[in-house]
Design a binder for this molecule. Structure first.
Ligand code: CU
Length: 163
């Protein structure tokens, strides 16, 4: 979901003030979060809000962490079925806020050998086309509804893009 900074920044930032944020150049990286997963989960989703307060566009072009496979994904509904696909880049225009949120864009952590447990901190390196890279900690939190990656068998998801 992309929204204009001017219309939503005033609404969204106070609520997030207590959350952990990072700054990289003109980018604000707000509240990186992973929902805890079921004990047998092989994959989990990471969510974060990125605000570009600058005058030039940037893009998230890479995600990496200490798991066998980490990718940027986009979830979408097609014929009533939730699917996800690997995307190479996520554009963040000047003055835009891009949300990675359940049901949309997410960081997919695959090949988990143990579940994400609430309270864990997961270091993840985000690479941006212009701003460069930054390591941030995704905080694992209890699930509050929404799409549950943890209980899905990721192997059965339709990946429209193959590596
Ligand atoms: Cu995914």
């Amino acid at each position: 979901m992309k929204t204009l900074l001017a219309t939503t920044l005033a609404l969204s930032l106070p609520a997030l003030a207590a959350a952990h944020d990072y700054t990289l150049g003109d980018l604000e990286i707000i509240h990186p979060t992973i929902f805890e997963t079921a004990a047998t989960a092989k994959a989990g989703g990471g969510y974060v809000t990125i605000a570009n307060t600058g005058e030039s566009a940037d893009a998230l072009v890479g995600v990496s962490a200490a798991f066998p496979m980490v990718e940027l994904h986009e979830s979408f509904e097609q014929d009533g079925v939730m699917r996800m696909q690997h995307i190479e880049r996520l554009d963040i225009g000047a003055g835009e806020i891009v949300e990675l949120a359940p049901g949309g864009y997410h960081v997919m952590f695959m090949g988990l050998t143990e579940p994400f447990v609430a309270g864990d901190e997961v270091p993840v390196t985000l690479t941006f086309e212009n701003a460069g890279e930054i390591e941030v900690n995704f905080t694992v939190v209890e699930r509050e509804g929404g799409m549950d990656h943890g209980k899905m068998d990721h192997g059965n998801m339709d990946h429209s893009t193959k590596e």
